[in-house]
Design a protein around this ligand. Structure first.
Ligand code: NDP
Length: 346
């Protein structure tokens, strides 16, 4: 395939690049980033890769009309677009405009640019989120089984009225995915859309992270909850559910979605179920050197929730994409080891 990948320096996207480059298929990727320094980041991770396999485009502002037009010009025409770029980093954001606008306009810009400039594109894979699906913080659907038919009920009024920027993130993912479906339906059959809806994505980072302050959003949550000195033991008492997927698995879902014949015009819940805080803490304390002194202990082995929690049906991704998942222990051991190494570097 000839693949355009947006947000290419991101946590998930770097794993997508790694998997695409190590595939026996002769893929060629154009990595789209916001600045030249991010080109260097990617090049340093994948040295000695010829430009015929990995080249770059810089799009400084994905909300500008025509932003992607020149990125989509290529002597070898693109047949796949993977759109991962979207803001998630809470510390980088200040207002709703920092989430909803780039998420929605970035998505509409890339899809309109495909329609205008890249008639060879056959499939677009959009990194949506379970944030677009679950009723996070709005309803307490304890016994519900979420499927691809569900949408987060968040509205722009709720998002802009809430103190917690997370609601603006939820809204940004919902509105961006809905905007994508609208364009996909309007353009007929030139390309089809696959929307992937992962929950929190955890696991090892490929980019060189020098300081824990520079962690990506989801892994930062793990750092703060289980390793930072301020983590209180009381955090363990609620045995919080964490619906999650390993970063290597969601990257794999993108790769599988490029070719899965029956995936077109479908959304997919992709997750490895839930891990309780207790289970994650037990893994860290047993497997990650140094964790036993700082990760809250809780009640080891009490890997149960005190009440029912919602469930998700991921059978569509297993059936149509062929999804399988990394063992839970590997996700948290690999991440925990890396977090401790990053701290040592500081
Ligand atoms: P990262 O923050 O590591 O990567 C995000 C990517 O999007 C970066 O390339 C970033 O560029 C780019 N980006 C962010 N804001 C903008 C903007 N305003 N304009 C243009 N580009 C922007 O996050 P992830 O890899 O975790 O996220 C990738 C995708 O996965 C996102 O769509 C996110 O919503 C989705 N997702 C992530 C989950 C998770 O737990 N990590 C869970 C569910 C979905 P730059 O480095 O220049 O800022």
């Amino acid at each position: 395939h000839r693949i355009l990948l947006t947000g290419a320096n991101g946590f998930i996207a770097l794993h997508i690049i790694r998997q695409l480059l190590s595939s026996p298929s002769n893929h060629s990727i154009r990595a789209v980033v916001r600045s030249l320094s991010k080109v260097s980041t990617i090049q340093s991770l994948f040295p000695h890769i010829p430009t015929s396999k990995l080249d770059f485009a810089i799009v400084p502002d994905i909300t500008v009309p025509g932003a992607f037009d020149s990125a989509l010009e290529s002597p070898t025409p693109f047949d796949i677009v993977l759109h991962t770029a979207s803001p998630f980093l809470m510390r980088a954001a200040k207002t709703a405009d920092d989430f909803i606008k780039p998420a929605v306009q970035g998505t509409t810009e890339i899809l309109n640019a495909i329609n205008r400039c890249a008639p060879s594109v056959k499939r677009v894979v959009l990194t949506s989120s379970f944030a677009a699906v679950g009723a996070w913080g709005l309803y307490d659907d304890r016994n519900k089984v979420y499927t691809e038919a569900d949408w987060n009920p968040v509205t722009s009024e709720i998002a802009t009225g809430a103190d917690d920027l997370m609601f603006q993130y939820f809204a940004s993912k919902k509105f961006a995915e809905q905007a994508a479906w609208k364009i996909a339906e309007a353009q007929g059959a030139k390309w089809d859309l696959v929307a992937l809806c992962p929950p929190m994505v955890y696991g090892p980072m490929l980019g060189a992270v020098e300081r824990v302050e520079d962690l990506n959003e989801s892994n930062e949550h793990i750092w703060k909850r289980f390793f930072a000195e301020s983590t209180p033991e009381s955090e363990m008492s609620d045995n919080m559910i964490s619906l999650f997927v390993d970063v290597r698995d969601i990257a794999k879902a993108h790769v599988l979605a490029m070719d899965a014949a029956e995936a077109g015009n479908k959304r997919f819940l992709v997750n490895n179920g839930w891990a309780t805080s207790q289970r994650i803490a037990d893994i860290f304390r047993a497997e990650v050197p140094g964790a036993a002194e700082r990760t809250p202990k809780g009640t080891p082995g009490a890997d149960t929730l005190d009440k029912d929690w919602f469930k998700t049906d991921v059978s569509r991704a297993e059936r149509l994409l062929g999804m399988t998942y990394t063992p839970v222990k590997d996700t948290f051991v690999d991440l925990g080891m890396q977090l401790m190494e990053i701290e040592k570097k500081q």
